[in-house]
Design a protein around this ligand. Structure first.
Ligand code: ZN
Length: 494
């Protein structure tokens, strides 16, 4: 029996406020007397390796159940003891909810792909990092050493408390493949690998980015809107004269200045992304600050925020201002009135932005060439993708509608007359659609659970919940784990 019910919960080691869950599990394993890490994992998570994820853990609901909530709710464990809160503010709310659901239940085996880490070029490994002085203090004060959450963030390379560079631990395994718990220990400091000796300029710049990164941990439950975020950057760039009158980036001014700002740290480990600024298209800086930005890695945002704003509060003030007042250059664009009076010119906007047709279909319907349509679209501030598509946009729209209708894969294939292989390929290249499908499946499951729970309540008026929970198909536990707020609001008042 792999559970904790025969263990005195009061004997579990303390989880320090800034300690990662991985770190606590490692300390628990040492005390547990278990020979095998899998035995400890099964005890804590009902999963053989869940507790070995040093950055973003899994099966948190099981952990909370088995430790009987002594360390808080699943949300509290995720927000205070995992790296996920670093990423959540830069995702949209739906995706964030979906990822949290997966981490709680263990239903995602590729959370890092959902977060877009492998494709980000920042890295997905999260090397284990430690401050030499911090572990001296921990050992002296508590008799144990642990991994500090703040030090594990991709933006953290300086310990604020001691203003010292962090050591990156060298292990025989890459952190992503850990098969045992590693705890910070002085012996690692001797064989550690870390960035070269830093000068004061480098430390100052890294310290600033580290501090900004830690601010993101306080933003759980609120997410930045990527469009507002780009407006916020544009307002700051505008003040520096780095935008054209139409609000386009003046890359010839912007890039050299940004590169110069980061020249001291662009070759350091963890900051290779700064080298993308060497390309003429502007690399990540252009991608996240243009009018139609894409969701991107938090470190890229932090690098831009650190460059553009005096401090974190100034950035937040500017973000709030941008959300209330979009930049005026979007409204005051100079336009050729002969064209704007042309009904085809207006219709093109409607077809692309309201009806979401492709540029080719819009051009065909209006009887104009694709080249003209592209020029007109760009004049109206619409980003058009002129790359050839492997699937027609009408078919893609049909599939999107089926996804939105919560159809399962078999039904989508049957109704849209495509093979499962094709559907999987579409999902692979269209991650947003794939995420939408996964979220729709979750919504379907949630709605079915709500309905059956309400039906059972209706059929058993006045019956206490503890008996309702024994009725087959009641779904109480599922709702408790995934839809707690709704469940609380719908429990009978007895
Ligand atoms: Zn320290």
């Amino acid at each position: 029996m792999h559970d904790l019910f025969d263990i005195d919960i009061s004997q579990l080691p303390t989880m320090f406020p800034n300690e990662t869950l991985y770190s606590w599990c490692g300390r628990y394993h040492q005390l547990s007397g278990n020979n095998l890490v899998t035995a400890t994992n099964l005890q804590l998570f009902a999963s053989r390796y869940a507790g070995l994820s040093h950055d973003i853990p899994n099966y948190i609901n099981n952990f909370v159940d088995r430790t009987r909530n002594v360390f808080g709710t699943a949300e509290e464990i995720i927000s205070k003891h995992s790296l996920l809160p670093f990423y959540l503010p830069f995702l949209n709310q739906e995706k964030a909810t979906y990822i949290i659901h997966g981490i709680r239940t263990g239903s995602h085996i590729h959370t890092k792909y959902l977060l877009g880490l492998p494709a980000s070029r920042v890295g997905a490994n999260h090397p284990l990092k430690v401050c030499k002085e911090c572990i001296n203090e921990q050992e002296h004060n508590f008799g144990v050493c642990y991994w500090s959450l703040q030090h594990q963030l991709p933006s953290s390379w300086i310990c604020h408390k001691h203003y010292l560079p962090l050591f990156s631990i060298k292990t025989t395994q890459t952190p992503v493949h850990l098969r045992e718990w590693i705890l910070p220990n002085k012996k690692y400091l001797n064989s550690s690998t870390f960035i070269p000796t830093l000068n004061s300029k480098q430390i100052s710049k890294l310290d600033r980015i580290s501090r900004f990164g830690e601010k993101t941990l306080l933003l759980l439950n609120s997410t930045f809107n990527p469009i507002t975020l780009s407006h916020c950057y544009q307002l700051a760039l505008h003040k520096r004269g780095m935008l054209t009158e139409q609000g386009n980036l003046r890359l010839s001014l912007y890039l050299p200045d940004l590169k110069d700002y980061y020249k001291d740290i662009s070759t350091l480990p963890g900051f290779q992304i700064l080298q993308s600024l060497d390309c003429t298209t502007g690399g990540f800086a252009a991608v996240i600050s243009r009018k139609k930005p894409k969701v991107n890695h938090p470190l890229k945002h932090l690098l831009l925020i650190s460059y553009l704003f005096k401090d974190w509060d100034s950035f937040i003030t500017s973000y709030n201002k941008a959300s209330n007042t979009p930049p005026t250059w979007k409204i005051h664009k100079s336009q050729d009135h002969t064209k704007t009076n042309n009904p085809l010119y207006k219709s093109l906007y409607d077809k692309l932005c309201n009806k979401h047709l492709s540029i080719r279909e819009s051009a065909n319907q209006l009887g104009i060439s694709v080249t003209t349509a592209v020029v007109w679209a760009k004049e109206q501030g619409i980003d058009v993708n002129t790359r050839p598509k492997t699937i027609g946009s009408i078919k893609l729209k049909e599939i999107t509608n089926l996804v939105k209708s919560c159809e399962d894969k078999k039904e989508i294939c049957s109704k849209s007359k495509i093979s499962l292989v094709s559907l999987n390929r579409i999902f692979r290249y269209n991650t947003e659609l794939h995420d939408l499908w996964r979220y729709s499946q979750f919504s379907k499951q949630r709605d079915a659970a709500r309905t059956s729970f309400l039906n059972i309540l209706e059929q058993n008026p006045g019956v206490p919940v503890k008996y309702i929970r024994k009725i087959p198909g009641n779904n109480y536990m599922w709702l408790y784990r995934h839809d707690k707020t709704w469940l609380k609001n719908n429990l009978p008042m007895l």
